[in-house]
Write a protein that binds this ligand. Sequence first.
Ligand code: VGL
Ligand code: ZN
Length: 199
Amino acid sequence: MAAEALIVIDVQNDFCPGGALAVSGGDEIVPVVNDLIRKFDHVILTQDWHPAGHSSFASVHPGKAPFETVAMSYGEQTLWPDHCVQGSTGADFHPSLEWTRAELVIRKGFRTGIDSYSAFFENDRRTPTGLAGYLRDRGIESVILCGLATDFCVAYSALDAVAQGFSTSVVLDACRGIDLNGSLSAMIVRMRQAGVRMV
Ligand code: VGL
Ligand code: ZN
């Protein structure tokens, strides 16, 4: 059977209750994710990893509040509270996440001028993170995604994974969403239509 990899998206303190961009129930997935981690031979993590003053932070756009949008050179960008600043506790993985066996950590969003929801491409939809090449070089044809947030980083990663030709599943029990203006159900529909399996 072709190799498969578990990709754990952004299970970081800032996306858990008490964090800067807390996803409701974000910490509830940690035991479920840990069970998945034990079951896979290949485990990859992503880590949202922004420099201070990142262009996705509302705080750097005068007059703008979090969850509003702004036009960037690459298109519309949702603005967020300052979160997952490089080296901060908020950017650390949740303390109960059993990440020791992970063979690769993909950091994303580290360029000041561009955000990156997807583990595969930054928000210009063109700049690769290198993950697709890594998976292909290792003979991995199938990916299973979980983590935070369902409707942003998990969804964009899943859509890019199918577009890149990987057989792609999302474990919804091991995800939680932000749900901004109905984004959760909208992104689940988009993933299904694109051929992502929901398990
Ligand atoms: C995410 C918004 C901003 C995510 C990351 O992990 O879904 N969402 N940065
Ligand atoms: Zn971010």
